[in-house]
Design a protein around this ligand. Sequence first.
Ligand code: UD1
Ligand code: UDP
Length: 384
Amino acid sequence: MERPLRILTVIGARPQIIKAAAISRAIATSFPDRIEETLLHTGQHYDANMSQVFFDELGIPRADVELGVGSGGHGVQTARMIEGIEQELKNGDHDVVLLYGDTNSTLAGAVAASKLHIPVAHVEAGLRSFNKRMPEEINRIICDHCSTWLFCPTSTAVENLGREGFSPDTSAAPDVDRPHVLLCGDVMYDNSMHFAALASERSTLLKDLRLTAGDYALVTVHRDHNTDVPERLNAIVGALIALHDTHKLPLVLPVHPRTRKCFEQFLDPSLRNALTARPSIHLIPPAGFLDMIALERDARLVLTDSGGVQKEAFFFGRPCVILRPETEWVELVEHGQAVLADADPSRIAEAAAHFLTNGAPPCPSIFGDGHAAERICAELLRYR
Ligand code: UD1
Ligand code: UDP
């Protein structure tokens, strides 16, 4: 019998651990004898509520290799990851390196694997913000251009790659110089659908916080461009407090560790007091995925600079104010379910008031059929 395809999956940041759950699940249920997955965790995220909680909740097997790289500047962090991944690739016998998204862990995997001539499969390929000041934009462009399989979640992503010279031809076996660009749907959609029932069963967060479904806004902020620029951070927090006070709308903020540190460092004392003194503004630690889905599904409004949270709001038909000047998920804005408000208090107030009055328009199904992960596995096996 043919030996299984050996995949090294590189994860490190919270959203990658969550995304990996979809493919690990597809391997276990549909391809247990044909694919053997080794999980390498770079250690980019390491707090229990940024990493371990997702392994526990989402049924992901424990990481086989832990690099324990931790935090640091881009150069130090990425270099340590490249060194560790390269070592694992030299020691192992991996056929494919599977990478998710656009973090420093993605970049490190792309550089290490492609220089050792091990084919890279990139999940969430082709997304572009067209803003190269974002570290993520650099990471995703480099990763796409080192990849042999580019698994696109949307047709916009496929079109973006076409404009960068990628050919739509998939007639010959894929190779790094003849990569395959494939529209496969979104593994995050797979996950949201798969875990929604479990979230209803297990999450008690709304009850614990004494929140009423449909009567609060969910807020996440973690982009360096928002957290590390004091004027922007203060503008966003000022806008959130105004939203709460004007509409008597409770807010829930699961606070990313970067943001927690920046609140301490950069927030004006008056805003910090305002944020912590109001009993219906709930600053909570980063949430587990089941709690997060429950919070998203029952929110009246979502305000976020997260890529994943924007999309999950859409999956659950919730309106979203995007706290960024642009988005890679342009479909959400085109369909009127999300509005770009940047860190501008008047745009945030206007977009929020619009959605509080009108709700969200219907959200069409544009992220696949909930089986993106199976499709990705099948493609990886196609030319064996
Ligand atoms: C990273 C990704 C970003 C992604 C986000 C998901 C890059 C360049 N950025 O941003 O694309 O949207 O993850 O959440 O890869 N920290 C802790 N505990 C942790 C992890 C981080 O305290 O477990 C703190 C550290 O002070 C660290 C800071 O958060 O310096 C930022 O972490 P880092 O992984 O560098 O970037 P993120 O902002 O999390
Ligand atoms: N998420 C979570 N708990 C939180 C915040 C986010 O489980 O407190 C999940 C969210 O549901 C989504 C993913 O993490 O699946 C998004 O990750 P994040 O916002 O950190 O990064 P991004 O998607 O912007 O890269």
